[in-house]
Ligand binder design. Sequence first.
Ligand code: TXA
Ligand code: MG
Length: 350
Amino acid sequence: MSKESRPLVLKVDTERPEIDKIRIAADVIRKGGLVAFPTETVYGLGADALNSEAVASIFRAKNRPADNPIIVHVADREEVYKLTKDIPVMAEELMDFFWPGPLTLVLKKSEIVPYVTTGSLETVALRMPDHRVPLALIAESGVPIAAPSANPAGKPSPTNARHVVEDLGSKVDIILDGGPTRVGVESTVLDLTASKPKILRPGGITAEELVDVLGAIDVAGMKIETEVALSPGMKHKHYAPSSDMIVVEGEDFDVLTRKVQELADEHRLEGKRVGIMATSESPRYDADIVKVAGSRADLRTVARNLFEILRGFDEAKVDMIIAEGVETKGIGLAIMDRLERAAGYRILRV
Ligand code: TXA
Ligand code: MG
Protein backbone atom coordinates (compact mmCIF):
# COMPACT_ATOMS: atom_id res chain seq x y z
CA MET A 1 0.00 0.00 0.00
CA SER A 2 1.41 3.41 -0.93
CA LYS A 3 2.04 5.57 2.10
CA GLU A 4 4.04 8.33 0.51
CA SER A 5 1.09 10.54 -0.34
CA ARG A 6 -1.02 12.33 2.25
CA PRO A 7 -3.23 9.96 4.21
CA LEU A 8 -6.96 9.85 3.75
CA VAL A 9 -8.46 11.69 6.72
CA LEU A 10 -12.05 10.65 7.40
CA LYS A 11 -14.08 12.58 9.96
CA VAL A 12 -16.19 10.13 11.94
CA ASP A 13 -19.17 10.60 14.20
CA THR A 14 -18.01 9.36 17.61
CA GLU A 15 -21.58 8.61 18.75
CA ARG A 16 -22.67 6.82 15.58
CA PRO A 17 -19.59 5.98 13.48
CA GLU A 18 -20.61 5.93 9.81
CA ILE A 19 -20.41 2.32 8.68
CA ASP A 20 -19.19 3.17 5.17
CA LYS A 21 -16.15 4.95 6.62
CA ILE A 22 -15.49 2.17 9.13
CA ARG A 23 -15.61 -0.37 6.27
CA ILE A 24 -13.01 1.54 4.26
CA ALA A 25 -10.69 1.53 7.29
CA ALA A 26 -11.44 -2.11 8.16
CA ASP A 27 -10.53 -3.08 4.62
CA VAL A 28 -7.13 -1.40 5.08
CA ILE A 29 -6.60 -3.34 8.34
CA ARG A 30 -7.50 -6.66 6.71
CA LYS A 31 -5.06 -5.97 3.87
CA GLY A 32 -2.21 -5.35 6.31
CA GLY A 33 -2.28 -1.53 6.24
CA LEU A 34 -2.14 1.08 8.99
CA VAL A 35 -5.13 2.99 10.36
CA ALA A 36 -4.86 5.74 12.98
CA PHE A 37 -7.96 6.08 15.14
CA PRO A 38 -9.19 7.86 18.27
CA THR A 39 -9.69 6.09 21.58
CA GLU A 40 -10.86 7.58 24.87
CA THR A 41 -7.19 8.03 25.90
CA VAL A 42 -5.04 9.03 22.90
CA TYR A 43 -4.97 8.25 19.16
CA GLY A 44 -3.67 4.81 18.24
CA LEU A 45 -1.78 3.56 15.18
CA GLY A 46 -3.47 0.28 14.38
CA ALA A 47 -2.77 -2.85 12.37
CA ASP A 48 -3.97 -6.46 12.39
CA ALA A 49 -2.43 -7.79 15.63
CA LEU A 50 -2.14 -11.32 14.22
CA ASN A 51 -0.34 -10.26 11.04
CA SER A 52 3.42 -10.05 11.77
CA GLU A 53 4.17 -8.07 8.63
CA ALA A 54 1.52 -5.49 9.39
CA VAL A 55 2.68 -5.12 13.00
CA ALA A 56 6.29 -4.80 11.81
CA SER A 57 5.19 -1.80 9.75
CA ILE A 58 3.88 -0.11 12.93
CA PHE A 59 7.38 -0.39 14.44
CA ARG A 60 8.90 1.10 11.29
CA ALA A 61 6.41 3.97 11.09
CA LYS A 62 7.04 4.94 14.73
CA ASN A 63 10.73 4.11 14.72
CA ARG A 64 9.90 2.04 17.79
CA PRO A 65 12.47 -0.30 19.35
CA ALA A 66 11.53 -3.93 18.55
CA ASP A 67 11.59 -4.91 22.24
CA ASN A 68 8.75 -2.54 23.13
CA PRO A 69 5.54 -4.61 22.91
CA ILE A 70 2.26 -3.27 21.56
CA ILE A 71 -1.18 -3.31 23.19
CA VAL A 72 -3.77 -5.47 21.44
CA HIS A 73 -7.24 -3.92 21.31
CA VAL A 74 -10.36 -6.08 21.38
CA ALA A 75 -14.06 -5.34 20.96
CA ASP A 76 -15.37 -8.54 22.48
CA ARG A 77 -14.53 -10.47 25.68
CA GLU A 78 -14.47 -13.74 23.72
CA GLU A 79 -11.33 -12.51 21.93
CA VAL A 80 -9.48 -12.46 25.24
CA TYR A 81 -9.78 -16.23 25.57
CA LYS A 82 -8.31 -16.75 22.11
CA LEU A 83 -5.36 -14.43 22.68
CA THR A 84 -4.36 -15.54 26.19
CA LYS A 85 -4.02 -18.60 28.40
CA ASP A 86 -4.27 -19.23 32.17
CA ILE A 87 -6.44 -16.18 32.82
CA PRO A 88 -6.52 -15.42 36.57
CA VAL A 89 -9.90 -14.82 38.22
CA MET A 90 -8.70 -11.33 39.04
CA ALA A 91 -8.52 -10.50 35.32
CA GLU A 92 -12.17 -11.45 34.91
CA GLU A 93 -13.13 -9.19 37.80
CA LEU A 94 -11.15 -6.29 36.37
CA MET A 95 -12.62 -6.73 32.89
CA ASP A 96 -16.13 -6.83 34.40
CA PHE A 97 -15.46 -3.66 36.28
CA PHE A 98 -13.31 -1.47 34.03
CA TRP A 99 -13.91 -2.60 30.43
CA PRO A 100 -14.48 -0.97 28.11
CA GLY A 101 -12.06 1.58 29.51
CA PRO A 102 -8.47 2.79 29.94
CA LEU A 103 -7.14 -0.34 31.67
CA THR A 104 -4.69 -2.62 29.86
CA LEU A 105 -4.10 -6.09 31.30
CA VAL A 106 -0.86 -8.01 30.76
CA LEU A 107 -1.63 -11.73 30.56
CA LYS A 108 0.04 -14.91 29.27
CA LYS A 109 -0.20 -15.01 25.51
CA SER A 110 -1.59 -17.87 23.43
CA GLU A 111 0.20 -19.31 20.38
CA ILE A 112 -1.75 -17.20 17.89
CA VAL A 113 -0.23 -13.89 19.06
CA PRO A 114 2.95 -13.22 17.05
CA TYR A 115 6.16 -12.35 18.89
CA VAL A 116 6.50 -9.19 16.81
CA THR A 117 3.42 -7.86 18.61
CA THR A 118 4.68 -8.79 22.09
CA GLY A 119 8.27 -7.67 21.61
CA SER A 120 9.32 -11.33 21.98
CA LEU A 121 7.62 -11.67 25.38
CA GLU A 122 5.42 -14.61 26.42
CA THR A 123 2.82 -12.11 27.60
CA VAL A 124 0.32 -9.94 25.76
CA ALA A 125 -1.23 -6.63 26.82
CA LEU A 126 -4.97 -6.37 26.11
CA ARG A 127 -7.50 -3.62 26.33
CA MET A 128 -11.05 -2.85 25.21
CA PRO A 129 -11.25 0.87 24.44
CA ASP A 130 -14.25 2.88 25.63
CA HIS A 131 -14.85 4.48 22.26
CA ARG A 132 -17.30 3.54 19.51
CA VAL A 133 -14.92 4.17 16.62
CA PRO A 134 -12.25 1.56 17.51
CA LEU A 135 -14.93 -0.85 18.73
CA ALA A 136 -16.66 -0.62 15.35
CA LEU A 137 -13.34 -0.83 13.50
CA ILE A 138 -12.25 -3.97 15.35
CA ALA A 139 -15.65 -5.62 14.89
CA GLU A 140 -15.75 -4.78 11.18
CA SER A 141 -12.12 -5.90 10.61
CA GLY A 142 -12.80 -9.20 12.34
CA VAL A 143 -9.33 -9.17 13.91
CA PRO A 144 -7.84 -7.79 17.12
CA ILE A 145 -5.96 -4.54 16.46
CA ALA A 146 -2.44 -3.88 17.74
CA ALA A 147 -2.05 -0.17 18.38
CA PRO A 148 0.54 1.92 20.16
CA SER A 149 -0.01 5.64 20.53
CA ALA A 150 0.19 7.23 17.06
CA ASN A 151 3.35 9.30 17.64
CA PRO A 152 6.98 8.79 16.69
CA ALA A 153 8.76 6.93 19.54
CA GLY A 154 9.74 9.32 22.33
CA LYS A 155 7.35 12.15 21.42
CA PRO A 156 4.17 13.20 23.26
CA SER A 157 1.14 11.08 22.36
CA PRO A 158 -1.43 12.51 19.93
CA THR A 159 -4.74 13.66 21.38
CA ASN A 160 -6.30 14.85 18.13
CA ALA A 161 -6.12 13.94 14.44
CA ARG A 162 -4.00 16.98 13.55
CA HIS A 163 -1.21 15.67 15.81
CA VAL A 164 -1.25 12.39 13.88
CA VAL A 165 -1.17 14.12 10.48
CA GLU A 166 1.80 16.21 11.61
CA ASP A 167 3.73 13.31 13.11
CA LEU A 168 3.00 10.32 10.92
CA GLY A 169 0.95 11.73 8.06
CA SER A 170 3.04 10.18 5.31
CA LYS A 171 3.23 6.78 6.99
CA VAL A 172 -0.39 5.83 7.59
CA ASP A 173 -3.05 4.81 5.09
CA ILE A 174 -6.09 6.28 6.83
CA ILE A 175 -6.70 8.55 9.80
CA LEU A 176 -10.13 8.37 11.40
CA ASP A 177 -10.73 11.81 12.90
CA GLY A 178 -12.98 11.67 15.94
CA GLY A 179 -11.94 15.01 17.40
CA PRO A 180 -9.99 15.49 20.63
CA THR A 181 -9.73 12.54 23.03
CA ARG A 182 -11.51 12.58 26.37
CA VAL A 183 -8.95 11.22 28.86
CA GLY A 184 -5.76 12.63 27.35
CA VAL A 185 -3.26 10.25 28.96
CA GLU A 186 -2.83 6.62 28.00
CA SER A 187 -4.35 3.57 29.64
CA THR A 188 -3.09 2.14 32.91
CA VAL A 189 -0.97 -0.96 32.21
CA LEU A 190 -1.46 -3.63 34.89
CA ASP A 191 0.63 -6.79 34.94
CA LEU A 192 -1.30 -9.81 36.15
CA THR A 193 1.36 -12.41 35.39
CA ALA A 194 3.35 -12.00 38.62
CA SER A 195 2.29 -13.15 42.08
CA LYS A 196 0.96 -9.68 42.86
CA PRO A 197 -0.72 -7.29 40.39
CA LYS A 198 1.63 -4.51 39.43
CA ILE A 199 1.06 -1.19 37.69
CA LEU A 200 3.65 -0.90 34.94
CA ARG A 201 2.32 2.44 33.73
CA PRO A 202 -0.10 4.71 35.61
CA GLY A 203 -2.90 5.96 33.36
CA GLY A 204 -6.59 6.62 32.89
CA ILE A 205 -7.77 4.16 35.59
CA THR A 206 -6.27 5.31 38.88
CA ALA A 207 -4.32 3.22 41.38
CA GLU A 208 -7.02 4.04 43.96
CA GLU A 209 -9.75 2.65 41.71
CA LEU A 210 -7.74 -0.56 41.24
CA VAL A 211 -7.09 -0.90 44.97
CA ASP A 212 -10.83 -0.56 45.61
CA VAL A 213 -11.45 -3.60 43.43
CA LEU A 214 -8.29 -5.62 44.07
CA GLY A 215 -6.83 -4.72 47.42
CA ALA A 216 -3.05 -4.20 47.56
CA ILE A 217 -1.08 -3.51 44.38
CA ASP A 218 2.46 -2.47 43.52
CA VAL A 219 2.86 0.81 41.73
CA ALA A 220 6.09 0.63 39.78
CA GLY A 221 5.29 3.44 37.44
CA MET A 222 7.00 6.14 39.43
CA LYS A 223 10.20 4.25 40.13
CA ILE A 224 11.65 3.84 36.69
CA GLU A 225 15.23 3.55 37.92
CA THR A 226 14.61 0.35 39.83
CA GLU A 227 11.90 -1.24 37.72
CA VAL A 228 13.38 -0.95 34.26
CA ALA A 229 13.11 -4.55 33.13
CA LEU A 230 9.47 -4.98 34.02
CA SER A 231 7.79 -2.82 31.44
CA PRO A 232 9.71 -2.79 28.21
CA GLY A 233 8.28 0.58 27.23
CA MET A 234 9.32 2.34 30.41
CA LYS A 235 13.05 2.27 29.83
CA HIS A 236 12.73 4.25 26.61
CA LYS A 237 12.66 8.03 26.56
CA HIS A 238 9.08 9.25 26.46
CA TYR A 239 6.65 12.05 25.85
CA ALA A 240 9.49 14.48 25.36
CA PRO A 241 9.02 17.86 23.72
CA SER A 242 12.01 19.27 21.79
CA SER A 243 12.65 22.01 24.34
CA ASP A 244 14.38 21.53 27.69
CA MET A 245 11.95 21.03 30.51
CA ILE A 246 11.92 21.10 34.29
CA VAL A 247 9.15 20.10 36.70
CA VAL A 248 8.78 21.95 40.00
CA GLU A 249 7.23 19.84 42.76
CA GLY A 250 6.25 20.60 46.34
CA GLU A 251 3.45 20.48 48.88
CA ASP A 252 3.19 24.23 49.46
CA PHE A 253 1.63 25.80 46.36
CA ASP A 254 2.82 29.35 47.17
CA VAL A 255 6.41 28.17 47.56
CA LEU A 256 6.08 26.13 44.38
CA THR A 257 4.74 28.98 42.25
CA ARG A 258 7.37 31.41 43.59
CA LYS A 259 10.05 28.91 42.53
CA VAL A 260 8.50 28.59 39.07
CA GLN A 261 8.65 32.37 38.60
CA GLU A 262 12.19 32.53 39.98
CA LEU A 263 13.37 29.87 37.52
CA ALA A 264 11.61 31.61 34.65
CA ASP A 265 13.34 34.89 35.54
CA GLU A 266 16.75 33.19 35.72
CA HIS A 267 16.42 31.52 32.34
CA ARG A 268 15.09 34.67 30.67
CA LEU A 269 18.06 36.61 32.02
CA GLU A 270 20.22 34.10 30.15
CA GLY A 271 18.35 35.12 27.01
CA LYS A 272 16.14 32.03 26.81
CA ARG A 273 12.55 31.93 25.66
CA VAL A 274 10.59 30.45 28.54
CA GLY A 275 7.20 28.73 28.61
CA ILE A 276 5.35 27.98 31.84
CA MET A 277 2.78 25.23 32.25
CA ALA A 278 0.44 26.64 34.87
CA THR A 279 -2.94 25.73 36.36
CA SER A 280 -6.04 27.88 36.80
CA GLU A 281 -5.08 28.33 40.50
CA SER A 282 -1.65 29.81 39.63
CA PRO A 283 -0.73 33.45 40.17
CA ARG A 284 -0.20 35.61 37.08
CA TYR A 285 3.22 34.48 35.81
CA ASP A 286 5.63 36.59 33.84
CA ALA A 287 7.15 34.52 30.99
CA ASP A 288 7.29 34.41 27.18
CA ILE A 289 4.35 32.02 27.08
CA VAL A 290 2.07 30.81 29.86
CA LYS A 291 -0.31 27.92 29.19
CA VAL A 292 -2.97 26.90 31.68
CA ALA A 293 -3.34 23.11 31.60
CA GLY A 294 -6.46 22.86 33.74
CA SER A 295 -7.57 23.02 37.36
CA ARG A 296 -5.84 21.47 40.36
CA ALA A 297 -9.34 20.93 41.75
CA ASP A 298 -10.12 18.59 38.84
CA LEU A 299 -6.89 17.05 37.57
CA ARG A 300 -8.77 15.23 34.77
CA THR A 301 -8.79 18.61 33.00
CA VAL A 302 -4.99 18.76 33.25
CA ALA A 303 -4.66 15.19 31.91
CA ARG A 304 -6.85 16.06 28.93
CA ASN A 305 -4.72 19.05 27.88
CA LEU A 306 -1.26 17.83 28.86
CA PHE A 307 0.09 16.54 25.55
CA GLU A 308 -1.49 19.34 23.49
CA ILE A 309 0.28 21.84 25.76
CA LEU A 310 3.67 20.14 25.49
CA ARG A 311 3.30 20.19 21.71
CA GLY A 312 2.19 23.83 21.81
CA PHE A 313 5.41 24.85 23.53
CA ASP A 314 7.39 23.13 20.78
CA GLU A 315 5.40 24.99 18.12
CA ALA A 316 6.07 28.24 19.96
CA LYS A 317 9.76 27.34 19.91
CA VAL A 318 10.51 27.96 23.57
CA ASP A 319 13.97 27.00 24.87
CA MET A 320 12.77 26.01 28.32
CA ILE A 321 9.48 24.70 29.68
CA ILE A 322 8.86 25.07 33.39
CA ALA A 323 5.93 22.96 34.58
CA GLU A 324 4.08 23.06 37.88
CA GLY A 325 3.89 19.60 39.42
CA VAL A 326 0.58 18.27 40.77
CA GLU A 327 -0.40 15.93 43.59
CA THR A 328 0.29 12.27 42.80
CA LYS A 329 -3.23 11.28 43.81
CA GLY A 330 -5.82 9.88 41.43
CA ILE A 331 -5.08 10.80 37.82
CA GLY A 332 -2.27 13.02 39.22
CA LEU A 333 -0.02 9.95 39.34
CA ALA A 334 -0.28 9.51 35.57
CA ILE A 335 0.17 13.25 34.97
CA MET A 336 3.34 13.36 37.06
CA ASP A 337 4.68 10.22 35.39
CA ARG A 338 4.30 11.87 31.96
CA LEU A 339 5.65 15.24 33.12
CA GLU A 340 8.71 13.72 34.78
CA ARG A 341 9.50 11.62 31.73
CA ALA A 342 8.94 14.59 29.42
CA ALA A 343 11.47 16.50 31.52
CA GLY A 344 13.93 13.59 31.40
CA TYR A 345 13.59 13.48 35.22
CA ARG A 346 14.79 17.04 35.64
CA ILE A 347 12.80 17.72 38.79
CA LEU A 348 13.12 20.45 41.38
CA ARG A 349 11.55 19.72 44.77
CA VAL A 350 10.76 22.71 46.95
O1 TXA B 1 -4.19 4.28 26.01
C1 TXA B 1 -3.38 3.51 25.47
O2 TXA B 1 -2.90 2.52 26.07
C2 TXA B 1 -2.99 3.82 24.03
C3 TXA B 1 -4.21 3.63 23.13
C4 TXA B 1 -3.89 3.80 21.67
O3 TXA B 1 -4.80 2.39 23.39
N1 TXA B 1 -1.91 2.95 23.61
C5 TXA B 1 -0.65 3.12 24.08
O4 TXA B 1 0.27 2.22 23.56
O5 TXA B 1 -0.33 3.95 24.89
P1 TXA B 1 1.84 2.42 23.68
O6 TXA B 1 2.43 1.40 22.81
O7 TXA B 1 2.19 3.81 23.42
O8 TXA B 1 2.15 2.01 25.17
C6 TXA B 1 1.98 0.67 25.57
C7 TXA B 1 2.71 0.38 26.84
C8 TXA B 1 4.22 0.41 26.64
O9 TXA B 1 4.82 0.98 27.79
C9 TXA B 1 4.56 -1.08 26.53
O10 TXA B 1 5.88 -1.37 26.92
C10 TXA B 1 3.55 -1.70 27.48
O11 TXA B 1 2.37 -0.94 27.26
N2 TXA B 1 3.29 -3.10 27.13
C11 TXA B 1 2.69 -3.58 26.01
N3 TXA B 1 2.69 -4.92 26.02
C12 TXA B 1 3.28 -5.32 27.17
C13 TXA B 1 3.59 -6.57 27.76
N4 TXA B 1 3.30 -7.73 27.15
N5 TXA B 1 4.22 -6.57 28.95
C14 TXA B 1 4.53 -5.41 29.58
N6 TXA B 1 4.27 -4.19 29.07
C15 TXA B 1 3.66 -4.14 27.88
MG1 MG C 1 3.18 5.51 23.44
